[in-house]
Design a protein around this ligand. Structure first.
Ligand SMILES: NC(=O)CCC(=O)C(=O)O
Length: 268
């Protein structure tokens, strides 16, 4: 499975349409990969709380349409990071906004969405402005040469909650994708927790973070690809970068057979 993680750098000076155009070009340049991943909330701004309501959109809004076209033109499965989704509130006290990841097929169809379950902000930001998702999502990503790889979806702060990844594992995931806007000041947690999720669940972890500084927050970069034994296969620094790597997904099966720790789980 050939993957590309686009670690995008942006600041407050770049307009959303300009950033979208740049992202579309970057995705188009990844033709030949099976899966391309973008960071969390790259269009509205990961920490640009004040802009979120104004930049919220439906699942067929401008960002989604641009990403669908980019996936189709590149012929890749595209995890488009996340948008601020605007929809009908699901409860009377709901806000009607979610941090929603979008996955497009190589034909540009929206094949999966995932609403971030764990909201970051401790009373501000996401908990104050958005609703929490409540569904775990695993999507089958087709690979060149035939077959599919089951990929579990999660977003940024979710990485701190191992029980979500166990649920994804139990639903068949072999790869976890984690788009993020994770700040520089806690970047060691980001890299450490990604490896922890890989080791404890024997899954490949694809972590795609944001770079640059926006809304007063310096982002941490350090996107990484971790194999199912916890080895870091590719790692970015602080700057904008594209990590491109071929992952041997059969190695995950071999590792689970060689070191069958998951069969020792005690569920009751
Ligand atoms: N956007 C996020 O979810 C940030 C998470 C974070 O900063 C942390 O967990 O630390």
């Amino acid at each position: 499975m050939k993957v590309a993680l686009i670690q995008l750098a942006y600041g407050d000076d770049e307009t959303v349409p300009a950033r979208t155009e740049r992202v579309v070009d970057l995705v188009r340049a990844q033709a030949g990969h099976d899966l391309v991943v973008l960071p969390e909330l790259w269009a509205p701004g990961g920490f640009s709380y004040r802009e979120w309501a104004g930049r919220a959109e439906a699942l067929d809004g401008p960002t989604a349409r641009a990403l669908a076209a980019a996936a189709r033109e590149a012929g890749v499965t595209l995890h488009g990071g996340s948008i601020v989704e605007h929809g009908a509130p699901s409860s009377p006290d709901g806000r009607g906004l979610w941090n929603t990841s979008l996955v497009f097929s190589p034909t540009g169809d929206l094949v999966a969405t995932y609403r971030k379950i764990h909201r970051f902000g401790f009373g501000e930001g996401e908990p104050a402005l958005m609703d929490a998702g409540d569904e775990t999502v695993v999507v089958d990503v087709p690979v060149a040469g035939g077959g599919v790889v089951p990929v579990g979806l999660s977003t940024c702060y979710d990485l701190r909650f191992p029980e979500l990844y166990r649920r994804l594992l139990d639903r068949g995931a072999e790869v976890f994708v984690v788009p993020a806007a994770w700040p520089a000041r806690r970047v060691e947690h980001w890299t450490l927790l990604g490896r922890a999720r890989a080791v404890e669940d024997q899954c490949v972890v694809l972590q795609c973070n944001t770079s640059g500084t926006h809304a007063g927050h310096e982002m941490g970069g350090h996107s990484q690809v971790v194999d199912a034994s916890g080895k870091v296969l590719a790692a970015a620094g602080l700057d904008e970068d594209v990590l491109s790597i071929e992952i041997d997904t059969r190695a995950t099966t071999r590792w689970r057979e060689d070191f069958p720790v998951l069969s020792d789980r005690r569920l009751s």
